[in-house]
Design a protein around this ligand. Structure first.
Ligand SMILES: CC(C)(COP(=O)(O)OP(=O)(O)OC[C@H]1O[C@@H](n2cnc3c(N)ncnc32)[C@H](O)[C@@H]1OP(=O)(O)O)[C@@H](O)C(=O)NCCC(=O)NCCS
Length: 158
């Protein structure tokens, strides 16, 4: 697939809030992307939240992101909880478009920084996050069920 490049969103890709009708496609991409995928009902719980976003290309859901905001010692902290792009649709800017919008959503909700956890071995995701200004904050030993460590990354939005 060739998606025409665009400065803003990978071209031809639209980012919009997720709807119930998207959930099967979302869980399909989740299952294809992670060894410990979230179940269907985990996504269901985020329906209606502004930070549950899908990327659509030619009528198909090709990726999604989930971000929310929590209070943390009087500040609002954004959290990127999940992001994935269909394996056949990676490398053309869909993930960047989702990340851009997810950061905009949590910023609009008053977050002054965004954190995320990423597998230590997930170099591609880490590189993408660094391009967006995320910096490694700490390592969490054995964070994932298979024993792999997580790297917590933080993006100070100011
Ligand atoms: C991580 C992930 C979401 C990135 O999504 P993506 O759509 O491939 O991301 P992008 O296309 O925006 O950027 C990825 C690469 O494509 C490049 N790219 C961006 N726009 C491009 C374009 N128009 N044409 C060609 N390449 C482009 C980027 O420079 C980047 O290059 P890099 O791999 O050298 O860093 C995706 O790889 C994925 O779903 N992985 C599995 C799930 C996962 O690991 N999620 C993260 C959990 S923490």
């Amino acid at each position: 697939m060739t998606i025409p490049a665009s400065e803003e969103n990978g071209g031809g890709v639209s980012i919009r809030p997720a709807e119930r009708a998207d959930l099967l496609a979302v869980t399909h991409i989740e299952n294809a992307s992670f060894s410990q995928p979230w179940p269907f009902d985990a996504f269901e719980r985020f329906l209606g939240e502004p930070g549950f976003l899908v990327a659509e290309y030619e009528g198909d859901v090709v990726g999604y992101a989930i971000a929310d905001v929590s209070r943390n010692f009087g500040r609002r902290l954004g959290h990127l909880k999940d992001i994935a792009v269909h394996p056949d649709r990676r490398g053309v800017g869909v993930g960047s478009a989702l990340l851009t919008r997810a950061i905009a959503v949590v910023t609009a909700q008053g977050a002054d920084s965004v954190k995320l956890e990423v597998r230590r071995s997930n170099d591609r995701a880490k590189r993408l996050y660094r391009e967006f200004g995320f910096e490694p904050l700490r390592r969490v030993s054995g964070y994932y069920e298979d024993g792999e460590d997580a790297i917590v990354m933080l993006n100070k939005l100011e």
